[in-house]
Ligand binder design. Sequence first.
Ligand SMILES: *Cc1c(COP(=O)(O)O)cnc(C)c1O
Length: 398
Amino acid sequence: MTHRSPLAQKLHLDTRLVHDGQLRSPFGETSEALFLTQGFIYDTAESAEARFLNEEPGYSYTRYSNPTTTMFEERMASLEGAETGRATATGMAAVTAAMMGQVKAGDHVVAARALFGSCRWVVEDLLPRFGVGCTLVDGSNLDEWRQAVTPATKAFLLETPSNPSLEIIDIAAVAEIAHAAGATLTVDNVFATPLFQRPLALGADCVVYSATKHIDGQGRCLGGIILASVDFIETHVQQFLRMTGPSISPFNAWVLLKGLETLPIRVERQTATAGFLADYLAGHDKVARLTYPGRADHPQADLIARQMTGGSTMLALEVENGRAGAFRFLNALALIRISNNLGDAKSLVTHPATTTHQRFTEEQRAEMGIRDGLVRLSIGLEHRDDLMADLERALAEV
Ligand SMILES: *Cc1c(COP(=O)(O)O)cnc(C)c1O
C-alpha cells in the first residue's frame, strides 16, 4: 500500500491530483479500486480487539472509514495543503459537522450574512436550538466581525466569493480577528475551488467543500469534505462524524476521486470561458451590472489580487426590468439550462431571488446584494461561442 509519494512536495499539483493518495491492492490495479463494502473482517479475535483499541492499523466499518474514501481524503488534503481531511455524504454534512463539532450550549458563533442558504440555516436556526448563540455580520466589514465577538465566541464561518453576489471577504483579516478572540475560522471554499484560493495558507483553521460542485463537476453524485490540521479534526470532527454517521458512500468517494484527476483542466477551461463571457456581458446594453472576480472592475479587485489566483467559473449579472426581465432571459436561454446547481460541465443559470434565496425577506435579500434582476451563471465546458450566442439571443428578450 502506498500513501503520498515521498516526492509529493516537489511534484506539481496536476501530477499530485492523478497520483496522490492511491492505495494499491495486491492485484496491482492501475485505476483506484472501489471498495464497496460495509465492513471488514479480522483474522483473529485478538486482531479485532486491537483494531477497536486503535492499537492496530486497518479498517473496521465504513461508517468510520473505507480505503476508497481514504484515497479521496488524501488526494484532497494534498490539493489543499491540509494535514488531513474527512469526507462526508454532502457539502451540508461537512458544514454541519464542522460547526456543531466545535460548540456546546452557551457558546457563540459569528458568521457572514451572505452564506449559501442551508449554511445560513445551520448557524441561524439550528445552532440556537441547542443553546448556541449566533451573530450574522456583513462579511466585508471587518469592524462588524470585531464587534460581534463575545467572551463565548468559539467559531467564525464565512464563504468567499459569496453566493450568489460574488462579494469577497478578506480571509486573512477575519482569521486574525478570530484568533485574537480565541476562536477558529472555517471557510466554505466552493466558489473559489481549491485551485484558486487557499484559506488555510491565509490563516483559516478549517476548509469545507461541497464536492458535489466542481470536484465531481459532471453532475453525478453528492459529497463533501472537511480539511484541517490533525489536531482540529481529532478535537472537533472525528468523533462527531464517527458517531452521528454522515458518511460518504465509497462509490461517491470513488467518483469524486476520479473527478480530481481532471479538476484543473475543467476548472481552467470553465474559468477562461467565464472570463470571456464576463467581458462580453459587461459591455451589453441589457446588462445593468456584471460582477466577476476575474475582472479589474470588480469593486474588491485589490483584495481578489491578494487572496485569489483565478476568477471562478461563476458570474453574477443584473438584467434590466427586474424579475420580469430575468424570467424572460432565463426562459429564452436554450443551451444554458435553469438549475440551482453549479460547477457542472453543463452551463446552468439560476434566479436566486425566487429559488435559492426565496425564503428571505426582500430586506434580507437587499442586505445580501440580491436584487430581483440578479441572475447567477455557472459556466460549463461548452464552446464559448455557442454560449455567447445563447446569451445574445436571450438578452434580446429582456
Ligand atoms: C452547494 C453548496 C453547499 C452544500 O453542498 P451540498 O453538497 O449540496 O450539500 C454548501 N456551500 C456552498 C457554497 C454550496 O455551493
